[in-house]
Write a protein that binds this ligand. Sequence first.
Ligand code: URA
Length: 236
Amino acid sequence: MRLSQIVFSQGFGARRACEGLVAGGFVTIDGVVHDDPFEDLAPEGLVLNVEGKDWPYHAKALIALNKPAGYECSKKPKHHPSVYALLPPPLLRRDAQSVGRLDEDTTGLLLFTDDGQLLHRWTSPKHHVPKVYDASCKHPVTADQIARLLAGVVLLDDLEPVRAIAAEPWDGAADGLHGIRLTLAEGKYHQVKRMMAAVGNRVEALHRSRFGKLQLPSDLKPGAWCWLAGPQAIAD
Ligand code: URA
């Protein structure tokens, strides 16, 4: 693939701008300037450095963000900054989209991809990717609440009950709050908060710690993102 085409495919701007980046000597590979836009290179495994920043080539982008509280999962946020403000410009130019949404006050694992098929698969109601949520609740979490969450609760405006795949006490809640770890397969609006309300409790803080097989990397700070190797390690 032509070098300027590789740079273009990664989201560094219009074709002409990418040719300019290469011809202007702003692209290095392994510390060596590559200034021929027509240079033919195999893109897989390439780590470009564009204007001083390393950028590993990915035909499709798949990243994990540790979402902080106070960010909306919308490109046109109403009351808070957008999670998209936390992504680097090349990913925005590639039109990476969040895989589902988290509430403004929910923290934790949020995936983004520019792979339309993957996005469709993982957000489709038919595809049940298990997600793990750690909820800090106002009231003690009782065995009865857990049993009802596992049996299924009917949420307002819904006909079918929704059930947790797993529900267990969680000891990570802040002082004065009561923790529960829920595994859910659907992604309904405010699902955890509504399910906890349906059993008579109230979520005060919510964190997603897992999406499919992927645990939020422990070294990923709130607001930071990282590349993921590929979809196989996350879900089918
Ligand atoms: N359930 C909720 O209530 N909120 C989220 O952000 C995610 C799941």
